[in-house]
Ligand binder design. Structure first.
Ligand code: ADP
Length: 430
C-alpha cells in the first residue's frame, strides 16, 4: 500500500515537473524565435534603406542618360546577403546575387512581390535537390524628392539561424529529459521520506485496532455465554419483555463479535501476520456445510438456496479462510435478496492455461450499479449505508473476501446491474 502511495507521489512530482519543463521550453523557444524575427526584420529594413540611398546617384545618372561612372557590379559568386536594384522601367541596374541554386526562386519571389515597402517577409522554399531554404526579404522604392527612380530588393539567407534554433531546441529537450530523470529519482526519495510519518501513525493505528479487537473478544464471548446461561436457566421466570431484551442483547453482542473479529482479521492481514495455512480438503462439502448454516435464515426470508457442482472437489487452500469467504458472499447474497428469491452457488473446475476452481455466488437481489462495482471491495464501503446497517453490515466483508482471494493468488469480480441481482465470481488457482 505504501509503495503504491510512494509511486503515485513520484508520478505526481514527475508530471508536475514535466509540465513545468515543457512550458519553460515552449516559452523560451517562442521568445527566442520572436526576438530573432524582430531583429532580422529591423536589420533587413536598414539594409534596404542603405542600398536605396547608395543607388540614388546611379539611378539618377541612368535616368538622365548620363554615362554610368561605374560598371554594373553583377556578382556571380552569390552570398548570404543579396540585393537587386531595378530602375523606373523595371530594368536590372545593379545586383549582388544570392547563391546560384537559389537565384531562380528568388527571382520568382521578386516577380510576384506584393509586400509593403520596408516590411521584412520570411519565405521558405525547397531547392530542386530537396534542400530547405529560409530567406528574409524586403523591398524599398527609391525616390529623388518626388521623382521615382526605381526599386531595391534586399534579402538574406537565414537557413543557418533556423538550423541553430532547431539544434537549440533539441539540446533543451535532451537537457529537460535528463532533468526529469534526476527529478524522478529525487522525487522518489522525497516521497519515501514524506510517507514515513504516515507509515508510523498507520502502524500505531493498526496495532491499536489489533490490540483493541483482541482484548474485546474475550469480554464479548463472556457476555454472549452469560446471556445464553440466563436464557436457558431462567427462561421460565423471565417476562416476555425480558426475553425480548435478552434476545436483542444476544444479537447485538453477536454482531459486535463479528465486527471485532473482522477488524482483527484486517489488522493481522495488514501486519502480514495473518498466515494462510493450506491443506487439501473437499470444497463441495465445505460449501454444503456453509449453505446448511444459512438455511434457517433463508427459510425465514422465504429464500431458496441451491448448490451445483458435482460431488467431490478437492482443493489445496486455507480451509478456514475459504469457509470465511463463502460465509461473506452467501451472507451478502441473502442480505440483499428480497423474500422469495433464489441464491445459487456454483462450483466449477476451470481447465486451460491457468487451471483452477471457480466459485460463483448468484443472487436475485438489488444489484450493484457500475459506479459502485469497483468500490465495494474497499474497506468500510457501503452502497446504501442505511440499508447495510439495517442488515447488520459494516462494509468490511468484501474487503476481507478480496484479501482471502488475493492471498490465494486468485481473482474476485462482480457482474451485476441494479434490480437484476449480482453474481460474484471467484477464481482460485489449483
Ligand atoms: P456489508 O457488511 O455492508 O455487507 P460488504 O463489504 O460485504 O459490507 O459489502 C459492501 C457493500 O457492497 C454492501 O454495503 C452492499 O452495498 C454491496 N453488496 C455486497 N454484496 C452485495 C450483493 N450480493 N448484492 C447487492 N449489493 C451488495
Amino acid at each position: 500500500m505504501f509503495s503504491e502511495i510512494r509511486n503515485r507521489l513520484t508520478l505526481l512530482y514527475t508530471v508536475v515537473m514535466a509540465v513545468f519543463l515543457l512550458a519553460f521550453i515552449a516559452v523560451s523557444d517562442a521568445g527566442v524565435v520572436w526576438v530573432l524575427h524582430h531583429e532580422e526584420q529591423q536589420d533587413i529594413r536598414s539594409f534596404a534603406e542603405e542600398e536605396a540611398k547608395e543607388h540614388i546617384t546611379m539611378l539618377k545618372q541612368k535616368k538622365n542618360k548620363i554615362e554610368l561612372k561605374e560598371e554594373n557590379n553583377i556578382d556571380a559568386m552569390g552570398g548570404k546577403i543579396f540585393f537587386y536594384v531595378f530602375d523606373d522601367k523595371g530594368q536590372l541596374v545593379d545586383t549582388n546575387e544570392p547563391a546560384v541554386k537559389m537565384r531562380p526562386k528568388v527571382q520568382e519571389i521578386i516577380s510576384n512581390w506584393n509586400v509593403a515597402d520596408g516590411e521584412g517577409t520570411i519565405r521558405k522554399f525547397y531547392l530542386p535537390e530537396g534542400e530547405r531554404v529560409i530567406i528574409i526579404m524586403c523591398s524599398m522604392k527609391i525616390y529623388d524628392g518626388e521623382d521615382f527612380l526605381g526599386n531595391v530588393f534586399v534579402g538574406e539567407d537565414i537557413t543557418a539561424y533556423y538550423a541553430l534554433l532547431k539544434t537549440l531546441l533539441i539540446v533543451l529537450i535532451v537537457i529537460a529529459i535528463l532533468f526529469l530523470l534526476v527529478a524522478t529519482f529525487i522525487g522518489h526519495l522525497l516521497a519515501g521520506r514524506a510517507i514515513i510519518p504516515i507509515k508510523q501513525s498507520f502502524v500505531r493505528q493498526r496495532e491499536f485496532v489489533a490490540d483493541a479487537s483482541h482484548e474485546l473478544r474475550t469480554p464479548l464471548s463472556i457476555l454472549l455465554s452469560s446471556v445464553e446461561v440466563v436464557q436457558t436457566d431462567d427462561s421460565s421466570h423471565l417476562s416476555s419483555f425480558s426475553t425480548q431484551v435478552l434476545d436483542d442483547m444476544k444479537s447485538e453482542v453477536k454482531r459486535m463479535s463479528k465486527m471485532v473479529s473482522d477488524l482483527l482479521t484486517l489488522a493481522r492481514a495488514d501486519a502480514g501476520a495473518a498466515n494462510i495455512i493450506k491443506e487439501r480438503f473437499d470444497l463441495y462439502s465445505v460449501t454444503e456445510q456453509v449453505i446448511r448454516s444459512f438455511q434457517p435464515v433463508a427459510d425465514e426470508k422465504g429464500l431458496e438456496l441451491g448448490l451445483d457442482g458435482g460431488e467431490e472437489m478437492v482443493i489445496f487452500a486455507d480451509k478456514e479462510r475459504i469457509n470465511q469467504l463463502l460465509l461473506i458472499l452467501l451472507d451478502n447474497a441473502i442480505k440483499y435478496t428480497p423474500t422469495r428469491g433464489r441464491v445459487d452457488v456454483l462450483l466449477r473446475r476451470v481447465a486451460g492455461a491457468k487451471p483452477g476452481i471457480s466459485i460463483t455466488v448468484r443472487d436475485q437481489g438489488v444489484g450493484i450499479s457500475d459506479t459502485h462495482k469497483s468500490l465495494i471491495f474497499d474497506r468500510f464501503y457501503r452502497v446504501d449505508k442505511v440499508r447495510s446497517r439495517e442488515e447488520g453490515g459494516t462494509g468490511i466483508g468484501l474487503s476481507i473476501a478480496k484479501w482471502i482471494v488475493d492471498a490465494h493468488g486468485g481473482t474476485i469480480k462482480v457482474e451485476s446491474a441494479p434490480g437484476h441481482g449480482s453474481t460474484f465470481i471467484v477464481n482460485l488457482p489449483s
